[in-house]
Design a protein around this ligand. Structure first.
Ligand SMILES: Nc1ncnc2c1ncn2[C@@H]1O[C@H](COP(=O)(O)OP(=O)(O)O)[C@@H](O)[C@H]1O
Ligand SMILES: [Mg+2]
Length: 245
């Protein structure tokens, strides 16, 4: 393992990643990086390859070529469990919670690899403080929650793995604006308070650029533009294509 000085602040780096579904090249050589405690957004329309980026990072769709480097080590071929143990946790699109388990059981599932009982209790307390609605719903089955509450539960279950880096796939999808606001405020809070590095994949560019420090725009399998959130918010082509004017 390279020491902190060698890896610097770089948490994740993709270099020329190509990922295929059969003959379809979904990622055509994707390169980007994320530094410690950044919130980075990957923006793009439906089908651009955002989800494939995340699944290529965690090995669900293994890249055919290119490198995925996390905390200084090439992680291609590593199991999800071993990545979670190293603090790399994905919250998949569509908030896949366990509908027949209670909220509390869902949360405990997020800590399935951990043995530090006190740490688990502390993290549970923290999560219930940032999403108090989950405390009120603790004994309800996950499937009875509203869409927004299920998204909160999915993020919280991810946090129970005590990630150093969290990958979030379209947390705003299908939710009401007021719920989205709550969730995005909390994402920023987690980033500040837990020092969690966050990679946020979003179709909703307006929203994502409000919380992200930097962003990458994806178009059909390629990163086509990058900059600080402020730069992209003021970019004419971004305004036209992604910000509704
Ligand atoms: N399981 C799959 N099988 C075949 N093609 C897929 C599959 N998943 C995604 N694709 C294709 O890969 C491309 C990128 O998809 P995806 O990463 O899901 O985009 P996004 O998350 O940006 O909407 C799209 O053209 C999509 O049709
Ligand atoms: Mg997607």
């Amino acid at each position: 393992m390279p020491d902190a000085e060698k890896t610097g602040q770089r948490v994740l780096e993709l270099d020329g990643v190509r990922t295929y579904y059969g003959n379809i090249e979904a990622l055509k050589g994707v390169s980007f990086h994320i530094d410690r405690q950044e919130i980075i957004a990957i923006l793009g329309s439906n089908g651009a390859g955002k989800t494939t980026c995340l699944s290529s990072i965690v090995g669900l769709t293994p890249p055919r070529s290119g490198r995925v480097v996390y905390e200084g080590a090439d992680i291609r071929g590593r199991s999800t469990d071993s990545l979670v143990r190293d603090g790399l946790v994905m919250v998949p699109e569509g908030r896949r919670i366990f509908p027949a388990l209670t909220v509390m059981e869902n949360l405990r599932m997020g800590a399935y690899l951990r043995r530090d009982r006190q740490g688990i209790r502390d993290d549970l307390d923290y999560i219930l403080s940032i999403f108090p609605i989950l405390a009120a719903r603790a004994d309800q089955d996950g499937g009875t929650l509203s869409g927004g509450e299920q998204q909160m539960l999915a993020i919280s279950r991810g946090l129970m793995g005590r990630p150093r880096m969290l990958l979030l796939d379209e947390p705003s999808l299908g939710l009401a604006p007021i719920v989205i606001r709550n969730i995005f405020d909390t994402i920023r809070k987690i980033n500040l308070e837990q020092k969690t590095t966050i990679l946020l994949v979003e179709q909703n560019a307006n929203l994502a650029l409000q919380v992200a420090h930097r962003a990458y725009i994806m178009t059909t399998g390629l990163i086509t533009l990058t900059g600080t959130a402020e730069e992209l918010m003021n970019d004419e082509s971004v305004k036209k294509a992604y910000l509704g004017g």
